[in-house]
Design a binder for this molecule. Structure first.
Ligand code: LRH
Ligand code: MN
Ligand code: MN
Length: 424
């Protein structure tokens, strides 16, 4: 299944008049609209390979059919997304869920779809068939050095795959922790983890980054060894200049002020990037912006504020990735929605009148500060996001085009109704 240029063109033609009317109204309302459009056009978000199949819960998995059965088909799916929005130009792989058989062919296939390889993810939170030692009681933290070594070796292996594909970062998420008080000596677990991470860090090529993701809970429910941004920060500080903290939006305790965490990590030069998703209760992995769009905007507001001075270069500065997984939606439609929500939050943040906000802050004018942010959030900037897509050769309304082209049915015809993507 391919989305052809002429299909995009005729879709766009049918919506053009309506789009232009909205765009000219938005331009009249938003100073600097042109600059926003240009920044949006350059903005790319990586798609996780594990989000392309219907995610399950521990109670069941309801496949939608036509899911990718191989790494090649996952790349093709991301290629479809990218053709529709021109903002999904990278794929993030999870090893061993994705094992490239032929690096050259895999790279060529990705390039044909205009895709690069974003961070590679290691997996020491599951035991794999044939694996000599179990991670039941942790991996990099484990009391037994043999088991720690197995997990270290796996991470080094993942780096090797990444090098072959042209990735430049490794994301480490550990499920290590404990379920009951007394189970773990916290300080020893920390020291073991640090020692293990140091060995992985030593295997990183010079131009690579290591992202250390934190998570407060699940699957361990009493303690997590990299449990919050403070713990991650403490590790990455010690590891060195190539190590950064990664913020997954769903990994905090309820009501955490994520935008403040983002601002401080950025200020410290230790913000590595994001796993975008949304949540109401825990690590729900819902569509970005589906539950708390204002929070997403406030996060981007901090990013624009903190990065603008160094010219926000999305290609090299931070890792922008989605981490979501769905049981009730077509995963491709869901990912299109996530990308759209992220773009919109970015556009809104770019539209904030910085000087006026700063003045209000300096004058302790709380009401004006709030008005400024809420005005930016409540102004409809969807036409700017659509215009950025139009200029990049993408669809004005990606979900509508996806549906009118019957993409899912075509994928089912090609791949079958009962397909199982490797992953969660
Ligand atoms: C853990 C996590 C981490 C994993 C992914 C599958 O909850 O966010 O990023 O690699 O989910
Ligand atoms: Mn994540
Ligand atoms: Mn998660």
């Amino acid at each position: 299944m391919q989305v052809l240029k002429n299909q995009i063109d005729s879709h766009n033609e049918s919506l053009l008049l309506q789009h232009e009317a909205k765009l000219s109204f938005t331009r009249s309302e938003v100073p600097g609209a042109e600059e926003i459009i240009q920044k949006l056009t350059a903005f790319q978000i990586a798609i996780p390979s594990w989000a392309l199949g219907t995610g399950g819960t521990r109670f069941g998995r309801f496949s939608g059919g036509g899911e990718p059965r191989s790494l090649e088909e996952k790349i093709e799916d991301v290629g479809l997304l990218h053709a529709l929005n021109q903002s999904s130009g990278a794929i993030s792989l999870h090893i061993p869920w994705d094992i490239p058989q032929d690096y050259r062919a895999t790279r060529i296939l990705a390039a044909q779809h205009g895709l690069t390889f974003d961070a590679v993810n290691s997996n020491t939170f599951q035991d794999q068939p044939g694996q000599p030692h179990s991670y039941k009681f942790g991996s990099l933290q484990h009391v037994d050095k043999t088991i720690r070594q197995q997990a270290i070796d796996h991470n080094i292996e993942v780096i090797k795959h990444g090098i072959e594909l042209g990735s430049e970062s490794l994301t480490v998420w550990l499920s290590d922790g404990s379920c009951f008080p007394g189970q773990l000596n916290f300080r020893r677990a920390y020291q073991n983890t640090l020692e293990s991470l140091n060995e992985i860090y030593a295997a990183l090529p010079d131009n690579w980054k290591l992202f250390l993701e934190y998570k407060a809970f699940e699957p361990n429910f009493y303690s997590t060894t990299v449990g919050d941004w403070g713990m991650s920060y403490s590790y990455v500080q010690k590891l060195g200049s190539k190590a950064y903290t990664l913020v997954d939006l769903g990994h905090h305790l309820p009501n955490a002020n994520i935008e403040q965490i983002v601002a401080l990590l950025l200020m410290e030069g230790k913000l590595g990037g994001f796993h975008f998703n949304d949540s109401k209760y825990g690590d729900d992995d819902l569509t970005a912006g589906a539950i708390k769009p204002y929070q997403l905007f406030l996060i981007f507001n901090e990013l624009v504020e903190g990065m603008d001075a160094r010219v926000m270069n999305h290609a090299t500065d931070l890792g922008w990735m989605i981490d979501a997984s769905h049981n009730v939606k077509d995963p491709l439609e869901d990912l299109l929605q996530s990308v759209e929500a992220i773009m919109l939050a970015y556009a809104q943040a770019l539209s904030v009148p910085r000087r006026a906000l700063e003045d209000a802050q300096q004058n302790n004018d709380v009401v004006t500060a709030q008005e400024i942010l809420q005005n930016a959030f409540r102004t409809d900037l969807r036409a700017l996001v659509a215009e950025a897509r139009l200029r990049a050769g993408a669809a004005l309304n990606p979900v509508a085009l996806y549906r009118s082209l019957n993409v899912r049915q075509n994928l089912i015809n090609e791949r079958g109704l009962k397909t199982v993507a490797t992953g969660l």
